[in-house]
Design a protein around this ligand. Structure first.
Ligand SMILES: [Fe+2]
Ligand SMILES: [Fe+2]
Length: 193
């Protein structure tokens, strides 16, 4: 299948699954990820597919997500049980494979790690993580203009910048940080000084 056909097929399917705002965000992430792939020499088709599917489980309730995990022997951490915004990454990876027939490990990992990040991320993982944060429909947070520029000029600095701001933000609102996010923050902080 050609890129345009895969993209059209996924777009149709996801429009049915996602709420309108989430669908707009999804397209924003897919095209931002594709543009970042142009600049950084990553696989554009993989970036597009991973961007399209990164939030494919986001419109399921937390209980439904837990059920999918329990039924399919996917581990759920204590943090994932408490913080309802995390689990859709694991469930999304599972659905990408079983419902959308995506078997590429790089794409699946980019979906899996798009919410928390992790240490030593692949280029595609970085691209989807960052595209999720900077896509045009995101409400512009402080420093967004700088982060958006870094996304295309210095990807590790951009990643470290977002991780830094996310860790500070989670501390400010008193939400616990996933272990993978802390590991990623520690691993990349040398790029953001
Ligand atoms: Fe997400
Ligand atoms: Fe997202």
């Amino acid at each position: 299948m050609r890129t345009i056909e895969i993209s059209q097929k996924l777009r149709k399917e996801l429009q049915k699954e996602l709420k309108p705002d989430r669908f707009d965000h999804t397209l924003g992430v897919a095209y931002t990820a594709a543009n970042m792939a142009f600049v950084h020499g990553a696989d554009v088709e993989k970036a597009l597919i991973a961007g399209m599917l990164h939030d494919c489980a986001k419109c399921m309730s937390h209980d439904e997500q837990i059920k999918v995990c329990e039924k399919n022997k996917i581990d759920i951490s204590d943090v994932e049980r408490r913080n309802h915004s995390l689990l859709h990454a694991k469930v999304g990876m599972y659905l990408a494979r079983t419902k959308y027939d995506i078997y590429d490990t790089e794409v699946l990992n980019a979906i899996r790690w798009h919410t928390t990040g992790r240490e030593d991320m692949s280029l595609l993982e970085k691209i989807v993580y960052i595209a999720d944060f900077i896509e045009p429909n995101r409400k512009p947070l402080e420093g967004m203009d700088v982060i958006r520029k870094e996304a295309f000029t210095d990807i590790d600095k951009c990643l470290a910048h977002i991780l830094h701001d996310s860790v500070i933000y989670l501390k400010t609102i008193g939400k616990e940080c996933d272990e993978a996010t802390m590991d990623a923050y520690e691993y990349y902080k040398k790029f953001y000084t």
